[in-house]
Design a binder for this molecule. Structure first.
Ligand code: MN3
Length: 246
């Protein structure tokens, strides 16, 4: 599963100087350039850092404005990283990877803050990679076959994906997942991630209002339509499917 293979890179290697001392960064396996599995070794201060966006902040315009993307990445995703670092400091979590933190803290009433921020950090990183400046179009290869087989046609998939996101009540995330080998469209509330349900995420869209309100106000359906028609990164989803065993 992609989620279990997330690579860690040393902050210094990523060129981030402020947190370079003993720090670490998370990055997607895909889009991660020339980095190794550097394990965190410093007990003095292993911290997560905000991974850079995989494209320029203006690259998704006009569908997602640079203002939205800047705030979303720096303040929301960045806020998750900062808060998680504060919460895990001097705990056993400080030296663990984000998936382990999510799994171990989920459902623990004393660790709600840790869980929420770890899961949001993971999902935001996954979301940035679920989009690409020249996105949209049709999936290809095995993913295209699986989508057609599961949903009847790509058009039917798009309709159901947009409908699922539009009808989701409140904050959360919209996903295309593989659930025991079966493709499913699922929406999750707040910070919940599919890995907790034994599902492998292939693709996600952020349904929290901060992801679209400046650009679309209450028109969530327009945002979702733009996502699927103009932004979605089918190569990323296809790669996630390809990496699954079986
Ligand atoms: Mn968000």
């Amino acid at each position: 599963m992609l989620q279990t293979r997330r690579q860690f890179i040393q902050v210094a290697a990523a060129g981030v100087s402020l947190l370079a001392m003993g720090g670490r960064a998370i990055a997607q396996t895909i889009g991660n350039q020339g980095v190794g599995n550097a394990a965190p070794t410093s007990s003095a201060g292993t911290l997560f850092t905000l991974p850079p966006l995989p494209y320029d902040v203006s690259a998704l315009e006009p569908y997602i404005s640079s203002r939205t993307l800047t705030l979303h990445h720096e303040k929301h995703h960045g806020g998750n990283v900062q808060t998680l670092n504060k919460l895990v400091k001097d705990t056993p979590y400080a030296t663990q990877d984000v998936e382990t933190i999510i799994s171990a803290s989920a459902g623990n009433p004393d660790q709600t803050g840790i869980y929420n921020n770890a899961a949001q950090m993971w999902s935001h990183d996954f979301f940035w990679h679920s989009m690409t400046p020249k996105g949209g179009g049709n999936p290809t290869g095995k993913l295209a076959e699986r989508i057609s087989r599961t949903f009847g046609s790509f058009a039917s998939f798009k309709e159901r994906f947009i409908q699922a996101g539009t009808s989701h009540f409140g904050s959360g995330w919209l996903w295309l997942v593989s659930d025991k080998g079966e493709l499913k469209i699922v929406s999750t509330a707040n910070a919940h991630v599919p890995m907790l349900d034994g599902q492998t995420a292939l693709l996600t869209t952020d349904l929290w209002e901060h992801s679209y309100y400046l650009d679309y106000q209450n028109r969530r359906q327009e945002y979702l339509t733009a996502f699927i028609d103009k932004l979605v990164n089918w190569d990323f989803a296809g790669e996630n499917l390809r990496k699954m065993k079986g």
